[in-house]
Design a protein. Sequence first.
Length: 268
Amino acid sequence: MARSPRFAALSISTILGATCGLASAQSVTIVSLPWTSGLSAGPLARDYPAADDAKDIWVVEDFRTDRDWLIDRFSSTGAGSVAATRDVHVVILTDWPTIGSVVMESTPGTGKYVNAMPWGRHEATFGMQRLRKGSYKIMWCTDDGGAGSPPPVMFVKGGNYAVGFGDPNNAYQYNPGGGWNLPQGVLDPVTDQLDNQGDPIGVNFKLTGVEAPACDADFNADGFVNGNDYDLFADAFDVGDASADLTGDGFVNGNDYDFFAEHFDRGC
């Protein structure tokens, strides 16, 4: 891919790399809307086989962060099948899935259902991807081949978040394909009773990670500033991807290039 002439200004010595000083740290809870006890009429969240893609249904929640994080792991308590679960897909978006753009996705193949009695957890990992401070939506579903018993259901939870920030009692189920006799792309509120009865409510989930180092040129958040960061930023910049908006002004332009180049040249 051809690069913008602006990138010619980056020196070879800095492209060779510099340590950014990312210290190892234990993951902490970034945001948590915890399920406590008691069975609940939770929503289904299942990735159906390719022949039934129109039936796919996701759970969607919201959260906010006041700092940058390296995202490690997602989990949600509910019913599922250890043997049948092939993966758990998790996507973080800038807004609701009907209008928002994807910020990051969980690492394919890392999802699983952990049978932690009395109920298990649907889990997936993000590989320490960098998430910048802001407001987001998170959605997830479980791939069990459509044959798990019991089906993948997430338990609901009302009230405020225990850790982090989010709006209470506003979870949704999202059906992108129009299955289940629902309009295509519907966002259906999760309620505290079945069949859309009762009050709107939330769905339990947790994100863990470590606080990101103050190193804006470490584009892939691996603890180093080198040619990998250059290539990734250049690719994002060339196509105007939102991840290249380093200044946070809603545009991808020369200001973002200058910001990246300045930090890249000094190694952090």
